[in-house]
Design a protein around this ligand. Structure first.
Ligand SMILES: C[S@@+](CC[C@H](N)C(=O)[O-])C[C@H]1O[C@@H](n2cnc3c(N)ncnc32)[C@H](O)[C@@H]1O
Length: 401
């Protein structure tokens, strides 16, 4: 469909308003969609283009109408199984009740109801989900919680039997799940819809991808101030905070990745002097903001071989060179046998290398080092995780298959 003839000034006004109020970036590929949306909205309100442009900035109904037309609701049940599995096996066991999850930009509800099924299956008793979006039709659909055959295709038959029931030609999410999912209108450029310090897990998948860089930064920085540390932010597969903000650290979680807000705020980083092109985007191993109190200086001194090995292992992980990371972390663990983080790093690298039995052994050694060590002393050295947090994480790893 060709884009209708909308004056440049009207398009520019709509574009600016969407960027300012809802964070939207109108990329060249969506200019056509914006033109059609503006033309349809003006027609729906029986307004000439000039009058529409004039009222848009001050009339919330007109802005909402435009938002409802330009937002994209693409979603599905169990959209990223690897990420969900990582959340289930590695993050969920570290959360204490009440488990509270925020599905931000929930679209038509498939994401929060997927999480609801996962939680119901997990055996966790006390949980709730808040599902928010900015689009009125999306919120209506989430509240209705009814889906077509095609839309529930991603739900395994056993889960379908337990949590979906036939209502005419559609499938409806069971009341027992719906009553734990609160659906609310929320604009991600506003403060989160709950008291600060209440939540530790946010799924905000495939939303920031449509945002201006400034809006991503302010949204993420607000989240960092709002969430209870340590916390986890799950983004879409193609989304990255790299070079936008350092508040969250990209962490390997099982076979997937998530952004972690460390237990304590990182001190103002002494940025290592970088030369040449920035390194390629790549996952980092799960680690606190600074793995150990004596985090190595950018160029680790040969007088501190353990620090140099830790840095070498991290660099190798960042570069995707898993075998080199395993070698460096193995040496690091050899030099620091009582340091649980050394064994955790080794375990994570071995996991990434696909050597599950060896990874398990490393996690067990890390767990034993925690048992043996002086907790208070150890705590002082871990400025990202609490010792208990680390122990829970290791227990979850060891409980896994
Ligand atoms: C592509 S869908 C993603 C749905 C789901 N998270 C997933 O990954 O399957 C993006 C959703 O973000 C919502 N959205 C866009 N901008 C938003 C904003 N500023 N505040 C809240 N939601 C927003 C859209 O309405 C849309 O439903």
């Amino acid at each position: 469909m060709s884009a209708p003839d909308v004056p440049e000034t009207t398009l520019a006004a709509a574009r600016q308003l969407l960027a300012r109020r809802v964070g939207f970036r109108i990329s060249p590929s969506v200019v056509g969609r914006l033109s059609r949306s503006v033309a349809d909205e003006a027609a729906a309100h029986q307004l000439e283009m000039e009058a529409y442009e004039h009222r848009l900035a001050t009339d919330p109904v007109l802005l909402q109408g435009l938002v409802d037309r330009v937002t994209v609701q693409e979603t599905s049940f169990f959209r990223d199984p690897g990420q969900l599995e990582a959340f289930r096996t590695h993050v969920l066991p570290t959360l204490s009740p009440k488990v509270r999850i925020w599905s931000a930009g929930c679209s038509n509800g498939q994401e929060p109801y997927t999480l609801a099924m996962l939680l119901a299956e997990s055996g966790v008793v006390d949980w709730e989900i808040i599902a928010t979006d900015l689009s009125t039709p999306a919120l209506e659909r989430t509240r209705r919680a009814q889906y077509s055959d095609k839309e529930v295709a991603g739900v395994a038959p056993a889960l379908r039997a337990r949590y979906l029931q036939r209502v005419g030609p559609r499938w409806e999410v069971a009341g027992a799940l719906r009553e734990r999912v609160t659906v609310e209108r929320h604009n991600l450029t506003d403060p989160p819809p709950f008291e600060p310090g209440q939540r530790r897990v946010v799924f905000c998948r495939n939303v920031l991808i449509y945002f201006e860089a400034d809006a991503i930064v302010s949204t993420i920085e607000r989240l960092a101030r709002w969430l209870r540390r340590p916390s986890w932010l799950f983004l879409g597969y193609s989304e990255s905070l790299r070079q936008l903000t350092d508040e969250f650290v990209l962490a390997r979680v099982g076979k997937s990745f998530a952004y972690c807000l460390p237990a304590q705020q990182a001190p103002v980083p002494a940025a290592p002097p970088r030369t040449g092109a920035p390194p390629p985007a790549s996952p980092r191993p799960l680690r606190p903001s600074r793995p150990l109190a004596r985090r190595p200086a950018p160029a680790a001194s040969p007088a501190d071989p353990a620090a140099a090995l830790l840095a070498a292992g991290e660099d190798a992980m960042n570069a995707g060179d898993i075998p080199a990371a395993v070698i460096a972390f193995r040496k690091y663990a050899y030099l620091e046998p009582e340091q649980p983080f050394a064994h955790l790093h080794l375990g994570l690298a071995l996991e990434a290398a696909g050597d599950a039995p060896a990874a398990r052994r490393a996690f067990a050694v890390a767990r034993a080092a925690i048992e043996r060590g002086d907790k208070a002393q150890m705590q002082a050295g871990l400025d990202g995780y609490s010792v208990d947090e680390l122990a829970r994480l290791l227990d979850a790893k060891l409980a896994g298959p």
